[in-house]
Design a protein around this ligand. Structure first.
Ligand code: ADP
Ligand code: ZN
Ligand code: ZN
Length: 830
């Protein structure tokens, strides 16, 4: 092969700077480089980054001194260069740099920077002969220091550049990078039984088997070992997992130990694939019901004709079973499938259901996984080979960032619960929407997209009705179980008549009581966590607020503290009012913790669990609550919207929504749409298996049209009403929104700059500018915040609008005195 001289590369640096950066290629690296390969380059005076090669060329740039590449990290690309087109779309549409997209796309294990902190793994068993002298040096350094930055390791390395050493140690599991610390990283090892060298010859072995005839258990163990390892078929010394061997043979460790003492076997620790292997039984998908069969056929038809299809199926209609059937079809065609789910739903039953059908063909990509696991999945997706028979990941089940995995043969992308706003990344940039990104990816790769939900986003339904997307409706529940019966309980009335018990109306109270008597389960939904949203002095009205944010502190009873839900600032509950000294301090409003407290008093016999951000921080706690509830160890589950995410329980007969008013009254143009979605989704948890369930909505406005629409399961009514509002007030889907967020440490400065920006914006965008406004919380972590909205007609080119916008922002930022301002752009804010 002839290598053409490679003189320059353009790389993507993981930085919020526009453009690509050019470096020269040292002669010895000539021929090694390809687009998509990572290299270490210096940027700025001291900093080193792993950058991605975007293009290789011979065009010498002029005007600045060119640095050369320090190190090449990969032999093969870690990203298919074809994917860059997708990255470029994200960068351009969501208005950020390619580097920011790179940061979002690559798992941290593939992103080394000089500031990255590297951590020693105490459980790593070092095999001296395996490591190079440089690797041993770095490992020793780390063993003493426990944790160190990449730049310190560079100094320790004999060549002054430890990147390739770090990379190799990372892949052995000897070290990890910082993120792993938080997720409790441990490389998985497993004990293997291996045949001692001395017995590896055929004749010695035959002798041995004869010798053991008086120890039948030992003999059996040996024979089975040889059978499982298919001794004789392979050159290598046979090994087998100790655990599995003992399980399969059904013998004790004692037998094995005897053979080890006799020198027949040895034990060896082996690092195994961290991605745990599926151990359960594989089942076929269920046979579809007639209605499901019909929907499936329509979906197939639509997928042939349209890029995107929306499946609007009521809760518990069996959407998951339909997805399963569809995924099977794409697997048979040797395609890759991406199944997107909201983050939290990834830890639940849905994943188990999919694992049951797809076993080790299904991989999960999740933020609670550590770096090494994520890098392994990345590589498996990257190296997927449609021709190979080996068990490979062909179905990826993942949260929004899995849209960035390097698929080469994607056939289908399913976006489950497509209405969920957690598909949108708020911070940092890229502020992308995974559903919309998936649709763009499908256009670039030829894959198809299926959106599924019981409560479509207004934008999606709009696209479906206008013919842009295919639309499939599935309006009956599986086994034709009726949708739950929804009743309202009038809060105002119950308070007036003094009938409330804590936050429970008589109706909700009675229904819970009946359910408990019948041994059925209850779900109680309250939108807020904590005990009380705030406390207030009864005498003077003083409310304790966060020092850093403009928000009142939330009372948490279990540790008697007041916590800021925006920054985590925590203080002890004061005994006296800090304004007037009074000791009469009241709690106001209520959160999940308060409800839990009340339930335990009102229903002392019931077994209760609470599911919210506070109780599910640990990696497995969410699963545990779900599992306990599912297996009937819990009677009443109290939770925030987490209880709505893709859960399928058999025995829930009552769902209570404690206060619908605070959903409806949220100041946002999507508040009604979201309230509808939330209430319909929570209600959908009731009566899924055997018979009709009941839902009680507590509200002071029982006649509110949104509540009435929830009761009548009138999605279309909600949709039409909201659409009219959207049109009238110039919101999506008729207009595009671009949000601008200004932050400054100084309150007066942010106001001044916001006003300056306002007049400049209005000169170009006129009445399309809304703002400056105070957001709901106008100070977070000591940043004062102002916001704007631009409402842009669909007919206007968004590209030129954004270009104009960028010009204005650049101008504002470079004005004297404006350097302290930060401005974020959020395209299609949620
Ligand atoms: P959805 O995702 O639409 O809310 P699910 O797929 O979770 O609905 O289905 C609801 C319940 O009905 C689940 O327990 C599921 O296993 C069961 N189910 C759905 N379709 C079938 C089927 N064809 N055969 C057997 N069980 C089914
Ligand atoms: Zn007071
Ligand atoms: Zn705060």
């Amino acid at each position: 092969m002839i290598h053409h001289p490679q003189r320059f590369v353009d790389v993507i640096l993981p930085l919020p700077l526009p453009g690509k950066f050019t470096y020269s290629v040292p002669e010895e690296m000539n021929g090694e480089l390809q687009p998509g390969v990572r290299v270490i380059v210096q940027f700025g005076k001291k900093k080193f980054y792993s950058a991605l090669i975007h293009r290789i060329h011979n065009e010498e740039p002029s005007g600045y001194e060119i640095k050369s590449i320090e190190t090449v990290l990969d032999k093969q690309p870690v990203v298919h260069p074809e994917l860059f087109e997708f990255w470029e779309w994200i960068a351009s549409y969501y208005h950020c740099s390619l580097g920011e997209v790179m940061k979002a796309a690559l798992p941290s294990g593939l992103k080394l920077e000089s500031e990255t902190r590297v951590i020693f793994n105490p459980e790593f068993e070092e095999d001296k002969n395996d490591l190079s002298s440089r690797e041993r040096l770095i490992l020793t350094f780390l063993r003493i220091r426990k944790i160190s930055s990449v730049s310190d390791l560079n100094r320790a390395d004999e060549k002054g550049n430890a990147y390739s050493v770090i990379k190799s140690l990372l892949s052995r599991g000897a070290i990890s990078v910082e993120e792993s610390l938080r997720s409790g990283y441990k490389p998985r090892t497993e004990t293997f039984v291996r045949l001692a060298e001395a017995y590896s010859g055929e004749s010695r072995l035959t002798e041995l088997v004869d010798d053991l005839s008086r120890a039948p258990k030992q003999q059996e163990l040996l024979m089975r070992f040889l059978e499982y390892t298919r001794f004789g078929n392979e050159e290598a010394i046979p090994e087998y997992s100790k655990k599995r061997l003992l399980e399969k043979v059904g013998t004790t460790t004692a037998t094995l130990n005897t053979l080890i003492k006799k020198g027949v076997f040895e034990l060896a620790e082996r690092r195994v694939d961290r991605l745990s292997q599926y151990a359960g039984n594989i089942r076929e998908g269920f046979e579809l019901s007639q209605a499901q069969e019909q929907a499936y056929a329509e979906i197939e038809q639509n997928l042939e004709e349209k890029q995107v299809t929306l499946l609007h199926g009521v809760t518990s209609s069996g959407k998951t079973e339909i997805y399963i059937r569809l995924i099977k079809k794409y697997i048979q065609e040797n395609k890759q499938v991406l199944y997107l789910l909201p983050e939290i739903a990834l830890t639940t039953q849905i994943v188990q259901r999919l694992k049951q059908v797809f076993g080790d063909k299904a991989g999960i990509y999740h933020s609670r996984f550590n770096d090494a696991e994520r890098v392994e999945i990345w590589n498996k997706v990257l190296n997927f080979d449609p021709e190979s028979d080996e068990n490979q990941y062909q179905v990826i089940i993942g949260a929004r960032s899995s849209v960035f995995l390097p698929y080469r043969f994607p056939g289908l992308i399913i976006v489950d619960e497509e209405h969920e706003n957690s598909y949108k990344q708020f911070d940092p940039a890229p502020r992308y929407h995974a559903r919309d990104a998936a649709i763009v990816l499908s256009h670039l790769t030829g894959a198809r997209v299926l959106l599924g939900t019981a409560t479509p986003a207004i934008e999606s339904y709009f696209n479906a009705l206008s013919g842009k997307y295919g639309l499939v409706e599935l309006s009956e529940r599986f086994k034709q179980i009726e949708l739950p019966k929804i009743l309202t309980a009038d809060l105002r009335d119950a308070y007036k008549r003094k009938q409330m018990r804590g936050h429970f109306t008589p109706l909700l109270f009675e229904e819970i009581e009946k359910a408990l008597e019948a041994n059925e389960q209850v779900i109680l939904f309250q939108n807020r966590r904590g005990f009380a949203p705030f406390i207030e002095c009864k005498t003077c009205g003083w409310v304790p607020k966060c020092k850093h944010c403009d928000v009142s502190l939330t009372y948490h009873k279990h540790n008697n503290s007041l916590v800021c839900h925006y920054c985590g600032y925590t203080i002890h509950h004061p005994t006296n009012c800090q304004a007037c000294g009074s000791n009469e301090i009241n709690t106001k409003g209520f959160g999940t913790e308060k409800i839990e407290d009340e339930v335990s008093l009102i229903f002392p016999e019931a077994r209760i669990a609470r599911m919210d951000l506070d109780t599910t921080r640990a990696r497995k706690s969410f699963e545990k609550i779900i599992h306990d509830y599912d297996s009937g160890k819990i009677d009443i589950l109290i939770g925030t919207q987490m209880v709505t995410k893709g859960l399928d329980f058999q025995n829930v007969s009552v769902v209570g929504i404690l206060n619908a008013d605070n959903l409806l009254n949220y100041p946002d143009f999507r508040a009604y749409e979201r309230s509808y979605q939330l209430m319909a989704q929570v209600s959908g948890r009731a009566g899924r298996k055997y018979r009709q369930g009941k839902v009680i909505i507590q509200t002071s406005e029982p006649d509110h049209h949104i509540i009435q629409q929830v009761i009548q399961n009138d999605y279309l009514g909600m949709y039409k009403g909201q659409l009219a509002e959207r049109k009238h007030f110039k919101y999506p889907p008729y207009y595009r929104l671009i949000g601008l967020v200004l932050k400054h440490r100084d309150k007066r400065e942010v106001e001044r700059i916001a006003n300056q920006l306002a007049s400049m914006l209005k000169r170009s965008f006129r009445s399309r500018v809304l703002g400056p406004e105070d957001p709901v919380i106008n100070r977070i972590q000591n940043w004062y915040i102002k916001q704007f909205w631009l409402k842009i007609e669909r007919e206007i080119s968004i590209v030129s609008a954004k270009k104009k916008l960028q010009e204005i922002l650049d101008e504002v930022k470079t004005q004297p005195g404006n350097s302290g301002v930060q401005i974020n752009i959020d395209v299609d804010p949620m």
